[in-house]
Write a protein that binds this ligand. Structure first.
Ligand SMILES: *Cc1c(COP(=O)(O)O)cnc(C)c1O
Length: 223
């Protein structure tokens, strides 16, 4: 097996205090997750509902599962009974769907709003203006079974540290803006989920509170 435990210790030793690790285990076998679990890791991130379901059944109950990928509305009801946090929410429609099934399961589901800041064109994530619009419309305040805990984003996949650094800074500035405007008295709104295997060393200099790291712990994914 890949040296999951050694890699995990190495990554953890590089994280400043106050930054939590979400170990991204997608496409890796449950044995790898168990190895990280045995080393003390409790938060894991997956991006496909079926794969997640299998792993939830195979791992201990006290794992905190984060859904990190694009979530289709028709999959919400399947993960609502157990998912701890849904990291990549980018529409009011999805927020409402999560709220609906959280209510049915008599629980509160934590969510992050996904920003689209990177240069790459993708259909996922909110532009800063779209995020401002979603928050200013205020409808989210009625959704009592979700807790909006912060923001999530991915930097561009490029080999340019300065560009990546600028993108994380944009995200950090935007977090401060919406925190002040919409969540000044809400301590739950505190998470900045940015930083992956190749760029977390930059992300932690720009206010990240949560890094999502896969390859650096579990090795290359086999698709
Ligand atoms: C796969 C994935 C990661 C982890 O990427 P690594 O480069 O393997 O660390 C982080 N965030 C999201 C949203 C992902 O899909």
């Amino acid at each position: 097996m890949y040296d999951v435990k050694g890699n995990l210790r190495e990554v953890l030793s590089r994280l400043p205090a106050g930054v939590r690790l979400v170990a991204i285990s997608k496409y890796h076998p449950a044995e790898y997750i168990q190895a990280a679990y045995d080393e003390g890791q409790r938060i894991f991130g997956e991006s496909h509902e079926q794969e997640l379901r299998v792993k939830v059944g195979a791992l201990p109950d006290d794992v905190e599962w984060h859904f990190i990928g694009h979530l289709q509305t028709n999959k919400v009801k399947l993960i609502a009974p157990y998912i701890d946090m849904i990291e990549a929410v980018d529409s009011m429609k999805l927020l409402k769907e999560i709220n609906k099934y959280a209510l049915r399961n008599n629980r509160v589901i934590k969510v992050l709003l996904e920003l689209h800041i990177a240069e790459e064109s993708t259909k996922y994530g909110l532009t800063l203006d779209a995020c401002r619009e979603l928050l200013s419309c205020g409808e989210w305040r009625e959704l009592k079974n979700i807790s909006i805990c912060g923001l999530m984003m991915m930097a561009s996949f490029i080999d340019d540290d300065e560009q990546i650094s600028r993108e994380f800074q944009t995200a950090e500035d935007f977090f401060n803006e919406v925190k002040a405007a919409y969540f000044p008295d809400d301590d739950n709104f505190c998470e900045r989920s940015w930083g992956m295997s190749d760029d977390y060393h930059i992300a932690v200099r720009h206010g990240s509170t949560m890094v999502r790291i896969g390859t650096a712990i579990f090795g290359p994914r086999v698709y």
